[in-house]
Design a binder for this molecule. Structure first.
Ligand SMILES: [Zn+2]
Length: 200
């Protein structure tokens, strides 16, 4: 068993526990996991702001009460807002119907940071930001981002439910799109998930 394989197993177990704690029935059949409600169950609050004027940061998890800069579209400038530990800031540019998959994935990614990276970030004054394009960052940061992406993937697309949906929809003309729609994720995210499960 490789280290990477073990890590995914551990992350999937965390995802299952979090979803089951919210509502065990969620894992009984394929469906869109209500990530926003689960975030509330975990004691977190979501706030929508324009984090940057270029949409470069899609989400940010706040581990310490602090001030963060956000872009004020009306005035065309940045201003500081006070944010509390346990806030997830989501970029308001994701509040468009066409971006629902990206929005949900960003929420799941930020929740993942809260679930597994609290000890790393708390007390540092750093937040865990999801970047649209990766900035130059250390290997460690890249590793943390990958872990958050993996956990997000397991939260939104549990293995058993994706496999069930695959068999139910296997005669569908556009199988990937149908299942992506069912789970409320982007087609690209579901395509990657189906490939790693060796279903397509
Ligand atoms: Zn991140």
């Amino acid at each position: 068993m490789t280290q990477v394989y073990y890590r995914d197993q551990a992350l999937e177990a965390i995802a299952r526990r979090v979803v089951k704690t919210h509502d065990a029935a969620l894992l009984s059949s394929p469906r869109a996991i209500p990530i926003e409600e689960i975030i509330g169950t975990c004691g977190l609050e979501i706030d929508y702001q324009y984090i940057r004027n270029n949409g470069r940061i899609l989400g940010e998890t706040i581990f310490d009460d602090t001030l963060i800069p956000v872009y004020d579209k009306d005035n065309g400038q940045y201003s500081f807002i006070s944010v509390r530990r346990g806030s997830i800031i989501i970029d308001a540019s994701l509040l468009q119907p066409a971006k629902i998959g990206r929005l949900r994935f960003t929420m799941a990614h930020e929740l993942a940071h809260w679930l597994i990276h609290q000890e790393i970030y708390t007390g540092t004054g750093e937040s865990a930001a999801m970047l649209n394009k990766p900035l130059k960052s250390s290997e460690a940061d890249a590793g943390l981002e990958r872990q958050a992406d993996r956990l997000a993937c397991f939260l939104l697309m549990p293995t058993g439910q994706v496999k069930t949906a695959f068999y139910h929809n296997r005669n569908h003309a556009d199988l990937t799109a149908a299942i992506a729609n069912l789970f409320g994720v982007s087609r690209q995210a579901m395509d990657i998930r189906l490939k790693e499960l060796r279903l397509v």
